[in-house]
Design a protein around this ligand. Structure first.
Ligand code: ARG
Length: 646
């Protein structure tokens, strides 16, 4: 544990007051199950489902957590009795193919290999272990029956009325009760993070979309999320930009953003000048020194350039409905010297060809924290930012969303932080830092995505095109006559932006994907358009029934007698564990897959079970409503605005 307390040793020279190393890092693993929880479960008896028991139910500890977690608790209890000698064995519970059951407990085989050589272990092989695991299960209303299969799998069939009861409970108390529980209170999601005066390219769009979804999933799980825009707002390029601004606009303080115009063009022109004009280059280099020295006019010019960029970025964020708080590279600047001093005092920083570096075992290049000219770089800033997030912001999970090209950089930063004792060596413990890498966006030609005339795709144009295309389709379908202009606009935006987001999120983020408007705006197949329409259709079924759904929630009872009702119900109930998995493994595509399967399950149900006018109308309308509620929550987590009419 000694590394844990490295932060407690004060650095040799005094640090600025903001660098107080007072925090003791308490590394923690996810909280273990309390025995009280366990034993409470044993005393639970099956209660017949009644309306009063549903409406008075709260999200109490007793049946908290995902289905998987609740089953794990039950099987853990059984395991402790079945094999008391193996007290560290964790229950292995997984959802399974419908032909076997709903879930499976897969502990028997592993247990057998652990105990087979122990004398008098009392078992003949995995099947007998499986059988006894089944017998030792505490009584529960959750499970209808268990059966033994193959070499010792325990197949679990959940009680249908228990599934129905939980769905109805969610309808009454709200989907928030299905929020996963994560073992952390605060996280930083560092995403989007474009560079001032440079283009915000599709890579930043991916980071924005993926990062926003991760933040939304964590927020839904009751984690306090600091959404950080780590913009590149510091560095030598600013000397060149400021000098160019002074030259081109002597009256720059009063020049409007429009006059300065397109910052990317401005950047290009100043770079050209920098490369071609040695006198200008000299002045630009001087300007960096003056900016860093804090000279007022240089600071002001810098702030103005940042402001113009910020306004551009905000247009994209606004369209996408993404919230971000900017804490750019410059913010961490004052923290760098203290942090490097600290690392040096720990003996981690070495001299190498004039630079100061941290060597990371197993990596052939060192992490440069001070350049040979004495300046700081991307890595110095990231070390200071990580320090700040852990110690000042007290974040327990710090998530960085960038393209896979930066993976090595982050791995080195995290390794250095482990060496310094800021992070535990064990990746399963908190505080934790994770890099969320993603692949490239490709054009039809299989190369990096670009448009015909510009080198990079302007994000705003791209979003406009998605919206315009979806608007044309709506107009073709006669909606301009049916809807108000506002409804038309709103739906076109929801569908267009939703399509761009979903096309990105549905892929495993590590793979490259091809950007194709026709594909993403197709109303068939695995697209946002198809899913949004599916949701609108469910809403229209409910509307057309003429029933007051809020009233039905209070007075009606949901049952799942038909196989396809049960299948849909079970899928709904698995929402919580899917979000938990998507969150813990930082994989939004897991949630997309769930959403797509949800709509498939709904279609199956709707084709085989008559809703309106049937004897089961009330129950089936409630099932429709539950599906719509879960779909909307999925949309919300994916940053997609649901539509109610098509
Ligand atoms: N500005 C960087 C880029 O455009 C991304 C920053 C990511 N965050 C970080 N803490 N390094 O590549």
């Amino acid at each position: 544990m000694s590394a844990t307390f490295a932060l407690l040793h004060p650095p040799a020279s005094p640090l600025p007051p903001f660098l107080s190393f007072s925090r003791v890092s308490h590394f923690h693993s996810p909280p273990p199950l309390s025995t009280a929880d366990f034993w409470r479960l044993t005393s639970r008896r099956s209660v017949p489902i009644s309306k009063t028991s549903i409406s008075t139910m709260t999200n109490d500890e007793e049946n908290a957590g995902t289905v998987k977690k609740q089953l794990s608790k039950l099987f853990e209890q059984s395991l402790r009795i079945t094999v008391p000698s193996e007290s560290d064995v964790e229950p292995l519970i997984a959802a399974c193919a419908p032909k076997f059951g709903d879930y499976q407990c897969n502990n028997a085989m592993g247990l057998w290999s652990r105990i087979k050589n122990k004398k008098d272990n009392g078992f003949k092989g995995p099947p007998t272990i499986g059988k006894v695991i089944m017998e030792n299960l505490p009584p529960t209303e959750m499970i209808e029956k268990c059966t033994l299969a193959g070499p010792g799998f325990v197949n679990i069939k959940l009680s249908t009325s228990w599934i129905a009861k939980n769905i109805q409970k969610m309808l009454i108390i709200g989907i928030e009760t299905w929020a996963p529980r994560l073992p952390i209170k605060r996280a930083v999601v560092d995403f989007s993070s474009p560079n001032i005066a440079k283009e915000m390219h599709v890579g930043h769009l991916r980071s924005t979309i993926i990062g926003d979804t991760l933040a939304r999933m964590l927020e839904f799980s009751n984690v306090d999320v600091l959404r950080r825009n780590h913009v590149g707002d510091w560095g030598t390029q600013f000397g060149m930009l400021i000098e160019f601004l002074f030259d081109k606009f002597p009256n720059w303080e009063h020049a409007s953003a429009q006059a300065i115009g397109d910052l990317q063009e401005f950047y290009k022109a100043s770079k050209k000048r920098f490369d071609e004009d040695p006198a200008f280059k000299g002045r630009a280099q001087q300007a960096v020194v003056r900016l860093q020295g804090g000279e007022t006019s240089y600071r002001r010019a810098w702030a103005q350039i940042c402001e113009i960029s910020r306004n551009e970025f905000n247009k994209v964020y606004q369209r996408l409905g993404v919230q971000l708080e900017e804490k750019g590279e410059s913010f961490y600047n004052p923290y760098i010297p203290g942090v490097i001093e600290q690392l040096s005092n720990q003996g981690l920083v070495e001299e190498s060809q004039g630079a100061r570096v941290i060597h990371i075992e197993g990596v052939n290049i060192p992490l440069i924290v001070v350049k040979s000219d004495g300046g700081y770089n991307y890595a110095s800033t990231d070390m200071a930012a990580l320090w700040y997030r852990l110690n000042e912001e007290k974040a327990e999970w710090i998530i960085y969303v960038t393209d896979v090209g930066q993976q090595q950089h982050f791995e080195m930063v995290f390794s250095a932080a482990k060496l310094a004792g800021w992070l535990p060596a064990n990746d399963n413990m908190y505080p934790k830092a994770s890099h969320v890498g993603f692949g490239l966006v490709l054009g039809e030609d299989g190369k990096r995505f670009r448009t015909r005339n510009t080198e990079v795709v302007r994000l705003v144009d791209l979003l406009d095109e998605a919206k315009n295309r979806s608007k044309s389709v709506l107009i073709e379908r006669g909606k301009a006559a049916e809807w108000t202009e506002q409804e038309l606009e709103h739906t076109a935006e929801a569908v267009g932006y939703g399509a761009v987001k979903y096309a990105d999120l549905k892929n495993n983020r590590l793979t490259n994907y091809t950007f194709n408007f026709d594909q993403m705006l197709n109303d068939k197949g695995n697209t946002a358009v198809y899913l949004l329409y599916a949701h609108a259709r469910i809403c229209s079924i409910i509307r057309k029934s003429g029933k007051d759904i809020d009233e039905l929630k209070k007075t009606g009872v949901l049952t799942l007698d038909h196989d396809d009702e049960r299948g849909l119900g079970l899928h709904l109930l698995q929402f919580s564990e899917v979000v938990e998995e998507a969150c813990t493994n930082l994989l939004p595509n897991v949630l997309c897959e769930y959403l797509y399967n949800l709509s498939e399950n709904f279609t199956k149900f709707y084709s085989n079970c008559q809703v309106v006018g049937s004897a089961e109308e009330t129950s089936r309308l409630l099932l429709c409503e539950a599906t719509a509620v879960v779909m909307r929550k999925c949309f919300h987590l994916l940053g997609i605005t649901p539509v109610y009419k098509i």
